[in-house]
Design a protein around this ligand. Structure first.
Ligand code: FES
Length: 162
């Protein structure tokens, strides 16, 4: 089951825009990776259900293209929305603070593999900008302090796990 959040709503919108057509699978996978940072089994199963395709077909397409990431490289994932509304609300500052405190770069992971940092574009929650997603939790109107504390807690084992 895919968690019902803004990313899922955006994905549903895209799938609908493409009219649930099998021929749009590649575009849909691109969008899904843009929203989620990577395509895990859960996400691919959801897409295969929506398009009424066998899961093996979706996995086959995703594994064929090296562009697609099939799992989160880190145990925990933080994703910052770099869409316009979030950017204007200084999401970049929060991302930089995460990079500094946890010693990693956007698109990368900490050496111990505990944390990965991704970026995405508009997740459809602009009114709550800036948005940062820690694992499955979307933190709206995020501040540096709140996000850093949430990530610290998550890494200490107190956060929600994926
Ligand atoms: S720009 Fe971040 S939610 Fe729209």
């Amino acid at each position: 089951m895919l968690k019902d959040d803004n990313r899922k709503r955006m994905l549903d919108k895209v799938i609908k825009q493409f009219n649930y057509e099998e021929s749009s699978l590649l575009e849909i996978l691109h969008k899904a990776q843009e929203f989620y940072g990577y395509l895990d089994k859960n996400l691919m199963t959801y897409i295969s259900d929506e398009l009424r395709l066998p899961p093996s077909h979706v996995v086959g397409v995703a594994t064929f293209y090296s562009y697609f990431k099939l799992k989160a490289p880190g145990e925990h994932v933080v994703t910052g929305c770099l869409g316009t509304a979030c950017y204007v609300k200084a999401v970049d500052e929060i991302m930089t603070a995460i990079e500094k405190e946890f010693n990693l770069k956007r698109g990368g992971s900490t050496p111990d593999g505990k944390l990965s940092l991704f970026t995405t574009r508009c997740i459809g929650a602009c009114a709550m900008a800036p948005n940062i997603i820690v694992d499955d939790e979307v933190i709206g109107k995020a501040t540096k302090e709140v996000v850093l504390e949430r990530v610290r807690l998550t890494l200490a084992g107190g956060g929600r796990r994926r």
